[in-house]
Design a protein around this ligand. Structure first.
Ligand code: ZN
Length: 253
């Protein structure tokens, strides 16, 4: 038997978008997995005395910092996963200065200013790898430096925050906006008090995800272009649900 084409009415990005953005609010497990790994990476960076940090440090970054490690395929699967979240953490976090010994003046994000959180002037006077503790008159005494989630009231880098950040970064990488505009038309569907399956059908109709002739042809499924009910008009969502005589009869019942 030949391989049959399946009808896929919408993309994964669509169903994984939030409901107010016009999606179904499903969780994207690729990004959720990244978020869980990012949480572990943050623990390794923030708690250097814990056993996990010690093991990883001895194995992979005992001569440099976590963010300066170069990618290598000759490492454990666990480390590759954790290491891969470094970019996400760099994008979503900034340092809260404690003693300043872990923060490099010109490389790390620690200045409380929008967007970059970095010093923009080139290195001068001090070495380019100098730390913030070298700027302090008290020689960097105080609490340890902490990575916090920027643009968050509590600054906590939770799995939820990491997941949302991973979704935003993925959108930007694929050329889209970091945040989708609210889709008020589809939002009305979820606020209507009808059974869940009616809500879902309404969402499919508004998202053009019903397998009409137009949708099937768009998905390169070979089929007659005429509506199978009336065999007269070209079938799209509007014809299928409103204009077709079969639909009209249904609405008058
Ligand atoms: Zn018809």
């Amino acid at each position: 038997m030949g391989k049959q084409k399946r009808f896929i009415g919408f993309q994964r990005n669509k169903i994984c978008s939030k409901r107010f953005e016009g999606g179904l609010g499903f969780r994207d497990f690729r990004h959720f997995n990244t978020a869980l790994l990012a949480k572990q990476a943050l623990r390794i960076i923030s708690e250097p005395t814990c056993i996990l940090s010690k093991v990883m440090e001895v194995g992979y970054f005992h001569t440099t910092s976590f963010f300066e490690v170069r990618k290598s395929w000759n490492t454990s699967y666990a480390w590759q996963g954790i290491f891969g979240t470094g970019r996400l953490i760099e994008k979503g976090c900034r340092w809260l200065v404690g003693d300043g010994r872990s923060i490099r003046i010109w490389h790390d994000r620690w200045v409380p200013r929008e967007y970059m959180f970095k010093v923009i002037s080139p290195p001068s006077i001090l070495d380019r790898h100098a730390t913030v503790s070298q700027l302090r008159s008290d020689s960097g005494r105080g609490t340890t430096d902490t990575l916090i989630r920027h643009r968050s009231k509590k600054g906590k880098f939770s799995v939820r925050a990491a997941y949302n950040l991973a979704c935003d970064v993925s959108r930007i990488d694929s050329g889209g906006p970091s945040r989708m505009d609210p889709n008020r038309d589809l939002d009305i569907i979820w606020k209507t008090k009808v059974p869940a399956r009616v809500e879902l059908f309404g969402w499919k109709a508004c998202s053009k995800a019903i397998p009409t002739v137009r949708s099937l042809l768009r998905n390169k499924v070979s089929i007659s272009t005429k509506c199978p009910q009336c065999d007269e008009e070209f079938e799209d969502v509007k014809h299928c649900l409103v204009l077709c005589h079969a639909a009209r009869i249904t609405w008058t019942l």
